[in-house]
Design a protein around this ligand. Structure first.
Ligand SMILES: [Zn+2]
Length: 698
């Protein structure tokens, strides 16, 4: 264990010199000094931040007065201010700008950070004070939001071993430390496999690919020193369009196998043993708290409450999903046969023939749709929707006034349209680059709170669009446009927060995807289509016929997407409900899929050896089901808007949604919040209708 005195080296001077620890200055309530960030400062900043945080905690526990909300919970909400600042930079360096140099620091710091948080979560004096405040609040209730903060704080500590005896506490902390190293290792292995496997094509291997794909593949290759070749990188944004359009079946198979083998190549980056080790440690840790398995422990404060409820939802949808896959494969096989392609549909054929079916059945050409989806216009569409629903205005900040960590990052000021009041800043990091994690995500650099002076929100969205060749517009697929709105939904959830205490900003994992999913629905509203989905050359809005086709094809390929998602979500849950003592990750995955009658033409969206949601941290462990859980709420809310007099722009309903489902964040129990909004619980039928599945009989 590291004692506080080990940090004795650090002093006032260092604190003053290390930019990562400094309070943010400049406009808009202060902004991170991304332009001055330096990897060399990270370690000492973290160490100093931890030291100061522990001093904050010590000041609370040394207080001789009887524990109260004001002398215990309020200073806890304020504690670790400097460390929070450092973590903003740490997050950027890990997620947006990672490098071998940084990964080394990450590997070194992960166990130290884990020990540090154990020191707080297992602090006996601190927990005693929290428990006293909590117990007193049960007799004499506090104000509603204070009551919720105390309850969440108490439960968080109890859930993480604060009530254990000293021997068990020591083991608990030891396990967390080991886990932190395994998590870092797991995610770095995926990143290594994504970076190390690039497939270079020659000119004669480009059959079926669009001009823009070829251009960006050529640019990627030349950036990697392979002038004259075409690079297919080992990421979803590269793999997915290649498998959809390439006419080269053998290459499709190669790209598919490379992508779905990430973390599973039997080499130094193989994750199979990491999975087993993680599962065993998680099981042992929750065992110390008296839980039978990790899933039971994890879901106790989720909206689903327990794994059985989550499994019940997934099992209700699964049969319809795999039945639909069968129909989709039949359609695809018929097209292959009609074209005298002498093949049986394999997983690497799915996207390719699905695209052909889409064209034939719905006469819908994804590439044609793409011509109307320009990143710039989509960004304007986000602002329009935020203006209509949230009454926000977005304006680019003056060039150079807010530091960014990379030249492609752009920043907007968000204000209230009526009062002009500043809500915060929105940062957008749109393009894929070496060292940036794949996928799309949203986060905050500063969250809203008022208890210690009103704080505005600094929120960011991050995507992996392929940076276009100079002078070319960024054209994106319908799916990517949907994801772009999704992540913006998270940002709006941050901006619209109206909570007094930071703890109340916390998300409930199977609920926080609702706010982002629901925003996706505005992409296909007429107002967005007519103003922003315009052809990149002619400037004409998407034709009515094309829109009709998109809407008609909305449930197309739901067999594939629901099945690939659910297979991952069910696997996540089953791994954590199983006994891991003699588990072999590879055969467990295979046997579980067989027992589920997984169609052989579809693979899990995230196979276990690269399921970073679940194994590179605990954020989404036994929580991947949460996307579908939230989607039940989403489908049900979308139906409310469809039925409203003003449709998706109904002011009254939008205001209600923001008041009950966005602004409170975690200050209200999610199930209660939803009932306040809808007057009843959400039900699964809306989701089944939405996906074009038959409604299960009761
Ligand atoms: Zn999300």
């Amino acid at each position: 264990m590291i004692s506080i005195s080990n940090y004795g080296q650090t002093n006032e001077t260092m604190e003053n010199n290390n930019i990562l620890l400094k309070e943010w200055t400049g406009p808009y309530g202060g902004v991170p000094a991304f332009d001055k960030m330096n990897i060399a400062d990270v370690k000492s900043a973290l160490e100093e931040g931890m030291r100061l945080n522990l001093l904050d905690i010590e000041a609370i526990t040394k207080n001789l007065s009887a524990p109260t909300f004001e002398n215990t919970i309020v200073p806890m909400e304020k504690a670790g201010k400097e460390l929070t600042l450092v973590f903003t930079y740490y997050g950027i360096l890990g997620g947006n700008l990672s490098s071998p140099e940084f990964r080394k620091i990450q590997g070194e710091m992960a166990p130290i950070l884990s020990e540090f948080s154990s020191k707080i979560s297992q602090n006996k004096e601190l927990f005693q004070r929290i428990k006293t405040v909590f117990d007193n609040s049960l007799k004499t209730p506090l104000e509603a939001d204070q009551q919720r903060v105390v309850q969440l704080t108490y439960e968080g500590f109890a859930m993480n071993g604060a009530e254990l005896d000293e021997v068990k506490k020591a083991r608990y902390a030891e396990i967390n430390k080991e886990l932190s190293t395994l998590y870092t290792n797991f995610s770095n292995n995926i990143l290594a496999d994504e970076e190390n496997y690039v497939i270079y094509l020659t000119k004669d291997q480009l059959g079926g690919l669009s001009e823009s794909m070829i251009k960006s593949a050529a640019k990627t290759a030349s950036d990697k020193g392979q002038e004259g070749k075409y690079a297919i990188t080992n990421t979803r944004s590269s793999m997915d369009p290649f498998l959809t359009y390439s006419t080269e079946r053998a290459l499709r198979e190669k790209v598919w196998k490379t992508y779905y083998s990430r973390g599973d190549n039997g080499d130094q980056f193989d994750n199979n043993q990491n999975i087993v080790n993680i599962l065993k440690l998680r099981k042992e840790r929750v065992g110390l708290l008296g839980f039978d398995n990790y899933a039971d422990w994890r879901l106790q404060n989720r909206m689903a409450k327990n794994p059985e409820n989550a499994m019940q939802l997934m099992n209700a949808v699964w049969p319809a999903a795999i039945a639909r896959v069968k129909e989709e494969v039949t359609d695809m096989q018929a097209i292959a046969n009609a074209n005298n392609h002498n093949i049986t549909i394999e997983p690497w054929d799915y996207r390719y023939y699905a695209e052909k079916v889409r064209k034939q059945k719905y006469d819908l050409d994804s590439d044609e749709v793409k011509q109307y989806l320009q990143l710039d216009k989509l960004t304007q569409a986000l602002f329009f929707v935020a203006g209509e629903l949230f009454n926000y205005n977005f304006k680019p900040v003056p060039e150079g006034s807010v530091p960014v960590f990379q030249e492609d990052v752009k920043v907007w000021e968000v204000t209230n349209k009526t009062t002009g009041e500043n809500i915060g800043l929105w940062y957008l990091d749109p393009y894929s680059r070496q060292g940036k994690r794949s996928g799309a995500w949203a986060n905050t650099y500063r969250s809203y709170s008022t208890f210690d002076g009103k704080k505005n929100v600094l929120a960011s969205n991050n995507s992996n669009f392929v940076k276009p060749a100079p002078g070319e517009p960024v054209l994106v697929s319908w799916d990517d446009a949907t994801t772009f709105l999704h992540e913006f939904g998270h940002a709006l959830h941050f901006f619209s927060a109206e909570v007094k205490y930071p703890t109340l900003n916390g998300g409930v994992r199977d609920y926080t995807e609702f706010q982002s999913q629901v925003l996706e629905r505005w992409l296909s509203t007429d107002k967005v289509i007519n103003q922003f989905l315009v052809h990149h050359k002619t400037g004409k809005p998407m034709p009515k016929e094309l829109i009709a086709k998109i809407k008609q094809a909305a449930t197309f390929n739901q067999g594939f997407s629901t099945t690939e998602y659910l297979a991952s979500a069910i696997m996540d849950m089953k791994f954590h409900m199983a006994d891991p003592s003699n588990i072999d990750a590879d055969s467990f995955e295979r046997e579980t899929l067989t027992s589920m009658n997984m169609p052989k033409e579809v693979v899990m969206r995230h196979r276990t050896p690269h399921f970073g949601h679940v194994f590179s941290g605990e954020g989404y462990a036994t929580a991947y089901y949460g996307y579908m859980w939230a989607d039940v709420l989403t489908a049900d809310t979308a139906e409310a808007f469809e039925e409203a007099p003003g449709g998706f722009y109904d002011k009254e309903l939008a205001a209600k949604m923001i008041k009950y489902l966005f602004a409170p964040r975690n200050s209200t129990d999610p199930a209660e919040a939803y009932r306040n909004f809808r007057g009843r619980d959400a039900n699964i039928e809306a989701l089944m209708r939405d996906r074009g599945f038959p409604i299960p009989k009761k």
